[in-house]
Write a new protein. Structure first.
Length: 446
């Protein structure tokens, strides 16, 4: 197996600008009760809006996964939490993975028992066809190893010989087309991309990888561990390739959220397929001066940044090529370092699955301070999920148009008073994440 490189951007510059503009607008709080029918604009289907607040469905729509043959559950209580390139040989493997809160395998070794996976209530998206699979994976990081082009593909992968014909040409579009041609009919097709669409290719070249190719997509940018990602020609994309990123700018959880936004910009407006987060669980590069091991708090923050930006699934890269615990099964073998935190994180995500699968309430919240955030609506209650977007953290003030009397800070055993729709909290550092449920308010009429 190869050490993974990276894929698509991450960051918060645009979000910070939007937040600042919204905060400066001075919109008074709106309690959201007894809304006259003639005040509602938009639709009651895909979107609906009222007084600048818009109800926006998740990418693909809430029932998306159920539209494929033998697909993932469309149940709002299901949220894909996957591990990359595992082997499943016996029930002991399944037991370890389910205990960690995993429910899906993306890529598996050829000797894995997919019948056991399905019988155990787990889901698999392999690179080979199987009646027990819930999807089919196309080529990984084809934007990097085959490049943007339509010349013939030899059928070989890196390390097996020439890839394209002629040998120096680019055939990545051809690879994905041919992988689609051999996929099971009606299966959900998944693909992961890398530094090509993230940093190296033009937007025009990158967009071609998103035109009717896959049904679910991810990109791997390992902001906390990649020894080269801070360089001007890679992570420097965040600031227009003008210089290298500083460590505080680069080694930042909020960049994983920018990755999600980057992928979204490459898809057709109004037709975004679900984007899954891709987060390293350990030390995915061989030891070098700049290769590091991700910490448990960094994993949690990176995942939540992705979710705040709309990720509809999570994949953990599960292989260590350096560090203290060399393993192809990080979450099984390297438990002391990360497993407890990842398990608690996965349990938290699963508990919030109906909220994460529910609609966004765009325009309902403004904020000042070093945070990225999103607002969700579930069963008449407003949720605000926020994560720091600066390494130093700092205080942040939130204003909800939907009103409220109390912000319950989920899983922290504390509450914050809301006065005139406003509350303030502290984000101690760049890995700080706080999740709020607003009590005593409305739903902004939606």
């Amino acid at each position: 197996m190869k050490p993974r490189t990276a894929g698509i951007l991450g960051g918060t510059v645009l979000a910070s600008i939007v937040i600042a503009v919204a905060a400066a607008s001075g919109v008074p709080p709106f309690m959201g009760a007894n809304v006259p029918d003639d005040k509602v604009t938009g639709t009651t289907g895909p979107t609906a809006s009222y007084d600048g607040v818009t109800l926006r469905p998740v990418d693909g729509g809430p029932d998306y996964y159920g539209t494929f043959k033998n697909g993932l559950p469309a149940d709002p209580g299901f949220f894909p939490i996957a591990v990359w390139f595992e082997s499943v040989l016996d029930q002991g493997n399944i037991a370890l993975d389910t205990a960690a809160g995993l429910n899906t395998y993306v890529e598996l070794t050829a000797n894995s028992d997919l019948q056991l996976v399905r019988a155990s209530g787990m889901y698999a998206i392999p690179t080979f066809a199987s009646p027990d699979a819930s999807g089919f994976a196309l080529s990984d990081e084809v934007d990097m190893w085959a490049g943007p082009g339509r010349t013939p593909w030899t059928g070989k992968y890196p390390g097996e010989g020439p890839l394209c014909t002629p040998e120096e040409s680019k055939c990545g579009y051809t690879v994905q087309k041919e992988r689609r041609a051999v996929s099971p009919q009606g299966a959900m097709l998944y693909a992961n991309y890398g530094k090509g669409v993230a940093f190296w290719l033009s937007d025009e070249e990158s967009v071609e990888f998103f035109k009717g190719i896959q049904d679910v997509v991810s990109a791997d940018t390992y902001w906390f561990t990649d020894p080269s990602i801070c360089a001007k020609g890679e992570g420097g994309a965040i600031i227009g390739y003008t210089r290298d990123l500083t460590p505080d700018e680069c080694r930042l959880a909020a960049n994983y959220g920018w990755t999600i936004e980057r992928i979204r910009t490459l898809q057709k407006a109004g037709n975004t397929t679900p984007i899954w987060a891709f987060v390293e669980a350990g030390h995915p590069f061989k030891d070098s001066a700049n290769a590091t091991t991700i910490t448990a708090p960094q994993i949690r923050a990176a995942v939540w940044s992705s979710l705040i930006h709309g990720a509809r699934g999570v994949i953990y890269f599960n292989h260590n090529f350096g560090g203290d615990c060399i393993s192809q099964h990080v979450l099984r073998d390297c438990g002391v370092q990360v497993r407890p935190t990842v398990t608690a994180l996965n349990q938290q995500i699963t508990g919030l699955a109906p909220v994460l699968n529910g609609p966004f309430l765009d325009g309902a919240t403004t904020a000042t301070g070093p945070v990225d955030f999103t607002t969700k609506l579930h069963e008449g209650k407003v949720y605000i999920f926020a994560g720091a977007n600066k390494a130093t953290g700092g205080p942040a003030t939130f204003h909800s148009k939907c009103g409220g009397s109390t912000a319950v800070v989920l899983d922290e055993d504390r509450t914050l008073p809301i006065v005139d729709g406003t509350f303030t909290d502290t984000f101690t550092d760049g890995n700080a994440v706080h999740l709020y449920r607003i009590e005593g308010g409305g739903s902004c009429g939606l």
